[in-house]
Design a protein. Structure first.
Length: 218
């Protein structure tokens, strides 16, 4: 019986065809909600310049470019045509003395071994003053969510969800997810971020609870 080799990390991400980022899964409402949450959350930081590490389908970087924010993109996949074609650890050398205001790194670090997480966070800190980071949540969730609308109050997403007990298989391309091991629990990640940033906030996207978000600043 033959077994299928599952590629992870650099071996997988550098060879993902561009068309995969425009497949049906990227048109799912939950995925579009996450991208909208990213744009909204980054905008609240009022970025003066952005380095996006991991381009995906380019929706986030394109949005901010069209809004007039200077954006540099970085990825290891040549089919995505990033400004900087290099793995994370090579970016400081390519950037030289240049630092951006906000580093954006969404759904990237879980594609690298967990033991590299402290070094990866330190590298992100070296590239810019502030960080907008998202990671996948390990536990399955159950609950409700929507958008609250009240007179004279801006619409606000809300959710009432619970993480379900029990273990599950990690996504094939992931080495780890938030909560899949004690060393990558939510509190452990916040603690690691606080070694490099003075203010760290953690949360989850109201309309896609699978994605956790961390905002770290001086």
């Amino acid at each position: 019986m033959s077994t299928r080799k599952v590629l992870q990390g650099y071996d997988r991400e550098e060879s993902v065809p561009r068309s995969e980022y425009f497949g049906d899964s990227y048109f799912e409402l939950t995925q579009l909600f996450s991208l909208s949450h990213q744009i909204h959350g980054i905008h609240k930081m009022r970025p003066k310049s952005i380095l996006e590490i991991g381009i995906g389908n380019g929706m986030v970087s394109d949005f901010f470019k069209k809004a007039g924010v200077p954006v540099t993109t970085a990825d290891i996949n040549p089919s995505l045509n990033p400004d900087l074609l290099a793995p994370l650890q090579e970016l400081p050398q390519l950037m030289g003395a240049r630092r951006v205001d906000v580093v954006v790194c969404c759904e990237v670090l879980e594609h690298m071994p967990l033991e590299e997480l402290p070094r990866n966070i330190a590298t992100l800190r070296s590239l810019g003053r502030r960080l907008f980071l998202t990671l996948p949540n390990y536990r399955k969730t159950f609950g409700l969510g929507g958008v609250l609308r009240l007179p004279k109050v801006p619409p606000k997403p809300w959710s009432l969800t619970f993480d379900l007990p029990g273990r599950k298989a990690l996504a094939d391309a992931h080495f780890w997810e938030v909560g899949s091991a004690p060393t990558c629990s939510n509190s452990a990640i916040v603690q690691e971020l606080r070694k490099h940033y003075s203010a760290v906030s953690a949360g989850r996207f109201a309309l896609n609870r699978y994605h956790r978000v961390y905002v770290a600043e001086d």
